[in-house]
Design a protein around this ligand. Sequence first.
Ligand code: FPP
Length: 243
Amino acid sequence: MNADKGSDNHLPHHLSIIMDGNGRWAKQKKIPRVMGHKNGIDATSNAIEFCLKENIAVLSIYAFSSENWQRPKNEVRLLMGLFLDAIDKHAKQLHINNVKIIFIGDISVFQDPLKEKIKKLTKLTKNNDKLILNIAMNYGGQQEIIIAVNKILQENKHKKITIEQFDKYLDLDQIAKPDLLIRSGGERRLSNFLLYHLAYTEIYFSDILWPDVDDKVLYDACDFYKTRQRRYGKIAQQITANN
Ligand code: FPP
């Protein structure tokens, strides 16, 4: 697949999101951080609905990074509980809505009940094709690259490798690269998300905290995307000449 599909007045074909700001949202409201995450899950659910409504083909979201284990133990425990509840609450509807769910990252370290639910949901939705939803859990972009390199070394099959061959060792194997990345919450960094895949992705930063991200913010991000000319290293005249 080719990321070009998302250029020039089109919506992104593949949208990726760093859903940041749950903690600060809760702090502003003087309520526990976990309430920020709970409301964050509702915003995530809305973003999925948005993609279904707008025929966006792939959505990749950063739910839990390899580095998030360093958070206070209690927050990590509560987050794991929320992930379990979210799967229970939303799995059926996601399947009805024809969403194929793929987990990227190392899920082997999660406790058995969550691991089981992740495996079941992946199996249940594997033939769906309206929207591919990649959920990054215990995921790090650097880790993804290193795991791929180690696999290649272990196989001892390649002396030299092409980009196309390398792609096959990555978690997002065979899926078009993100056209647009949205990061909510005001920070302007990638935080180890999809480092390899974001090479030519357009990036939209919003100051809105994730639980407050609604259709308006998502449409604003898509409007920004429509204004971008994607050159992939070429010059502007070469792009307009091809249109
Ligand atoms: C960042 O807010 C958000 C996370 C660490 C991810 C939490 C998960 C979700 C929003 C929902 C995803 C749900 C599913 C089921 C896939 P933060 O705590 O870093 O906020 P802060 O920067 O304000 O502290």
